[in-house]
Write a protein that binds this ligand. Structure first.
Ligand code: PXL
Length: 277
């Protein structure tokens, strides 16, 4: 197995099982070195907690990038999630070019919306700027809501394949390349992921659990990125990430009052098993 180094750029929500506290352990468990660049530091995530603190680290990014360039640091992949401000998206694009090398993969999870709504603190300007970062990426990992905000499309809770295809067309017309479309449900009780790569579609479907958890997009994106760097194809990586996320949600349902995130830690052994299959 070749040794790979990934940089992840997203916030540190100190409590809440999302973003950096999910990416670091999962990418590391995949056997991939995980460097971090925090976009912001929050006391908790913004989904259900109130009164959280938020320190925006936007203006720290250029100096960190300049130091890495001086040190000759580069990465095999850069995976971005929740970013701290609209301005920061431009800085992240600069970081993409500064610390990439030949063949470095850029993976962008727009991480800004779900269930028809933008997360607290984001607006339409942020969504449009995020589309420009997505154009720069090799793989983007939107859910339906994020794709709608980036393409000015009306959000639908129930939809058909034609609706998903039209979102993919709008994203590719806007310059996006490969799309890993998460949370795509065509049938009651089922959900899955559409993998659109090099102009070809595939779909991995599995049971949809009754409970849902905050931060599952981050679990999926982290496992997908780790598996891809372990040499899996995009479809295999998406399948592993979907199955792992499913197991974390299932485990969480066995816990009392675990409302703020998904317990992904106890099922890390399952992720390792799937990676070695
Ligand atoms: O899981 C996405 C996410 C990441 N970081 C913060 C969030 C959220 C979703 O609400 O609030 C701070």
């Amino acid at each position: 197995m070749s040794y790979k180094k990934l940089l992840t750029i997203q916030d540190i929500s100190c409590v809440g099982q999302c973003s950096m506290t999910v990416a670091l352990p999962i990418v590391s468990a995949c056997g991939v070195e995980c460097a971090i660049l925090p976009s912001a530091v929050l006391s908790t995530h913004t989904g259900g907690f109130t009164g959280f603190t938020f320190r925006d680290l936007t203006e720290d990014l250029p100096g960190i990038k300049d130091h890495w360039v001086k040190e000759g640091i580069s990465f095999d992949a850069i995976y971005t999630g929740y970013l701290g401000s609209t301005k920061q998206i431009g800085y992240v694009a600069d970081i993409f070019s500064a610390v990439s090398k030949e063949g470095s993969l850029k993976i962008v999870d727009p991480a800004m919306a779900d269930n028809g709504k933008l997360y607290y603190g984001f607006d339409d300007v942020y969504a449009k700027e995020m589309l420009s970062l997505c154009r720069n990426a090799d793989y983007i990992l939107p859910n339906i809501t994020e794709a709608c905000f980036m393409t000015d499309t009306e959000y639908k809770e129930t939809y058909d394949r034609a609706y998903v295809d039209s979102l993919i067309k709008k994203l590719t017309d806007a310059g996006c390349k490969n799309i890993i479309f998460t949370g795509i449900s065509y049938e009651e009780g089922k959900t899955g992921v559409v993998v659109f790569e090099n102009g070809e579609y595939s779909y991995y479907e599995h049971e949809k659990l009754k409970n849902s958890c905050h931060g599952t997009g981050d679990i999926f994106a982290s496992a997908f990125s780790g598996a891809l760097l372990r040499g899996k194809t995009a479809y295999e990586a998406a399948k592993i990430a979907a199955d792992y996320t499913y197991l974390a949600i299932k485990y969480t349902a066995t816990l009392d009052n675990h409302w703020y995130g998904a317990a992904f830690e106890p099922v890390i052994p399952d992720l390792l098993r799937m990676l070695s299959e």
